[in-house]
Unconditional design. Structure first.
Length: 166
């Protein structure tokens, strides 16, 4: 179970809005985090706190396949992204870096900016404690949950390799 403050955005938040291309001359995570979401919300990078959650509409992460987009969000402290729909490559890049992505079309109606979102990733439940409302979503399969719990694909593979053959 995780809980965090909600940052709410609309539809079609593309990877260039998540981390503008003009900042991709430096892949330092602090640099990327300092510019996350700035073209859609100038306050985001200044005010985001560890554990915060992005709630967005349809087509989140559309655009280029840059892995720096989910990296910038994770480095900024974002604990999860909840969206009505998500670009396939963004979804996979997010899993690879250990950023949980929840696809739930009803979520945009459930939360307002500044609400708290409670997420039970394994059970597939979102809850807004302010209103008491909750919705279900399809939880990730067990193997993806394990990758996310391990912090992403590379840490997951390291852990498996260190454990030796099964």
């Amino acid at each position: 179970m995780m809980a965090g403050r909600v940052w709410r955005y609309g539809d079609h938040i593309n990877t260039d809005l998540i981390i503008p291309g003009r900042y991709l001359d430096n892949y330092d995570l602090k640099h990327l985090a300092a510019h996350a979401m700035e073209d859609v919300d100038v306050q985001f990078a200044k005010e985001v706190r560890p554990g915060d959650i992005i709630v967005a509409g349809r087509n989140f992460g559309c655009g280029s396949s840059r892995e720096q987009a989910p990296l910038a969000l994770k480095a900024a402290g974002v604990a999860a992204v909840i969206a009505g729909s998500v670009s396939r490559i963004f979804y996979r890049n997010a899993v690879n870096v250990g950023l949980p992505i929840i696809v739930c079309p009803e979520a945009a109606r459930l939360f307002e900016q500044g609400d708290t979102a409670e997420i039970d990733l394994a059970q597939g439940v979102l809850r807004n404690p302010r209103t008491g409302a909750s919705v279900s979503f399809s939880p990730p399969p067990a193997f993806l949950l394990q990758i996310l719990q391990d912090g992403g694909l590379v840490p997951h593979l390291r852990k498996r390799m260190e454990a030796g053959p099964r």
